[in-house]
Write a protein that binds this ligand. Structure first.
Ligand SMILES: Nc1ncnc2c1ncn2[C@@H]1O[C@H](COP(=O)(O)OP(=O)(O)OP(=O)(O)O)[C@@H](O)[C@H]1O
Ligand SMILES: [Mg+2]
Length: 194
């Protein structure tokens, strides 16, 4: 199982989502669980060095060739963190995805970037958006939910803005965050929307 976390836009929550989804996969009993970092910035790799997550193995694969090899060469559960810009690596990962999780933010400029990401996903590959760092009860969030619903893009999760999540590798993974991401993982595996 290869779950690719992708959005051509930067800074939306790809790395945070990838780390939490891999930790959630361990909690759900998957074994082995790999976090494949296809981003040259190596943010997932640095996170795992600073704060390893028990049961998650890290593979650095910042090229088309290495990401292809990493994704086809395992028999477990892999989460693939992708770079914001490098379209060739992103395409290589998306081509081999069993499901695609698209982190996004509430706010108008997000839609066109997600559309660009959707264009690269194969017809038969399931996908869903995850609204990251969401401020519950705001108009921005309600509008984003309305937009994705009207556009028939499945919403797989809404992750509230949390200090514990924003702390990244400097703190332990937040319990709240793990719960939300566990629900997202289940949807990605079963391809159901909220
Ligand atoms: N639920 C959340 N609550 C608070 N902060 C969050 C949440 N999710 C992500 N963030 C913060 O948003 C910022 C961007 O997140 P992240 O690095 O995961 O994005 P990215 O898409 O991987 O970025 P890049 O495109 O540079 O790889 C980080 O500072 C992260 O801590
Ligand atoms: Mg990142």
């Amino acid at each position: 199982m290869n779950i690719v976390v992708s959005n051509v836009k930067g800074g939306v929550g790809k790395t945070t989502t990838s780390v939490y989804l891999s930790a959630a996969a361990v909690e759900r009993g998957w074994d082995p669980v790999l976090l494949i970092d296809a981003d040259r910035q190596a943010s997932s790799a640095e996170w795992m060095e600073e704060s390893p997550v028990e049961g998650v193995g890290l593979v650095e694969a910042p090229s088309e060739r290495t990401v292809t090899r990493a994704m086809s060469g395992h028999a477990g559960f892999a989460v693939i963190d992708t770079p914001p810009g490098d379209e060739r690596i992103v395409r290589a990962a998306l081509d081999r995805a069993d499901a695609v999780v698209i982190p996004t933010r509430a706010g108008g400029v997000e839609y066109s970037r997600v559309a660009a990401t959707l264009d690269m996903i194969g017809d038969k590959t399931p996908y869903g958006v995850v609204i990251c760092s969401a401020r519950l009860g705001t108009n921005d969030l309600d509008e984003a939910i309305g937009w994705w619903t009207e556009s028939k893009v499945p919403i797989w999760g809404i992750v509230p803005e949390r200090v514990g999540i924003a702390a990244g590798p400097e703190a332990r993974l937040s319990r709240d965050g793990l719960e939300v991401y566990t629900a997202i993982l289940k949807r990605a595996v079963r391809k159901r929307s909220i």
